[in-house]
Design a protein around this ligand. Structure first.
Ligand code: UDP
Length: 238
């Protein structure tokens, strides 16, 4: 499948939204299958892969808080949503013949291993795809921050953020016709221009750990593999 630019270990962030496919809520099985095939192909090249799954397709703490729910309580519900998604992605990956482990930041020992950093590293060294569920385990954070955190802990070479659009734009490309995509941005540019690609906590964490972020469109067969080979379009944040 071609060169993967010397990546040894990478983290893929899949938002909950990406799992919805054309739907407006929940999980589209065909989309999950496509993403699983993509991950399996990359893992098959020998690159160590770990995955952070979002939960926004099911529940968001912030949205619930806007309707009167306690924010922290809503955030815990949101973290549980990521566990549901993680189990579905695990199932799809295993159907592709990939050995996986789900590790949850919130103890849920009947369905997932507890997150233990050294154990996660060991799984990856053995070629297993590790799926990190329940975000950081703390309310007031996002799964983007969890992705930057786990990527730093796992000493990943890069964080690949699979989204609905093929990179970071100066305006929402779904609303503004002549929105311009950036090929490359610095962490500081993302922060100072307040570009809504990832929250500031995630960007800061990536910056402190010199973790490159590649924002690409996850929809389409082999999208992750192409991004790994350096085939655009995407936006690189370094
Ligand atoms: N969440 C949280 N702490 C974390 C990660 C997630 O409280 O470390 C909650 C938060 O309520 C968030 C929800 O889980 O809205 C779903 O995660 P996120 O919105 O990041 O998912 P995505 O946008 O990637 O689908």
């Amino acid at each position: 499948p071609g060169t993967t630019l010397g990546y040894r270990r990478v983290l893929l962030k899949v938002s909950g939204e990406a799992l919805m496919g054309q739907g407006a809520y929940g999980v589209d099985p065909q989309t999950v299958e496509m993403i699983a095939r993509d991950i399996a192909a990359v893992a098959g090249t020998g690159v160590e892969v770990c995955v952070v799954i979002g939960g926004g397709n099911i529940f968001r703490g912030l949205a619930a808080a806007a309707k009167g729910m306690d924010r922290a309580q809503g955030d815990y519900a949101g973290m549980l949503a990521t566990v549901i998604n993680a189990l579905m992605v695990q199932n799809a990956l295993e159907r592709e013949g990939i050995v996986t482990r789900v590790m949850s930041a919130i103890a849920m020992s009947s369905i997932a291993e507890p997150y233990i950093r050294r154990r996660a590293v060991r799984h990856m060294e053995k070629g297993r795809v590790v799926i990190f569920a329940a975000g950081t385990g703390n309310p007031f954070f996002t799964t983007d921050t969890a992705a930057a955190l786990r990527a730093a802990e796992m000493e990943c070479d890069a964080l690949f953020k699979g989204t609905q659009v093929d990179g970071v734009y100066d305006a929402d490309p779904r609303k503004v016709a002549d929105a311009k995509r950036y090929d490359s941005l610095s962490y500081m540019e993302v922060l100072s221009r307040d570009l809504s690609v990832m929250d500031a906590a995630a960007i800061s964490l990536a910056r402190e750990n010199r973790l490159p972020i590649i924002v690409f469109n996850i929809h389409g067969d082999g999208a992750f593999a192409r991004a790994l080979r350096g085939e655009g379009p995407f936006t690189r944040i370094v």
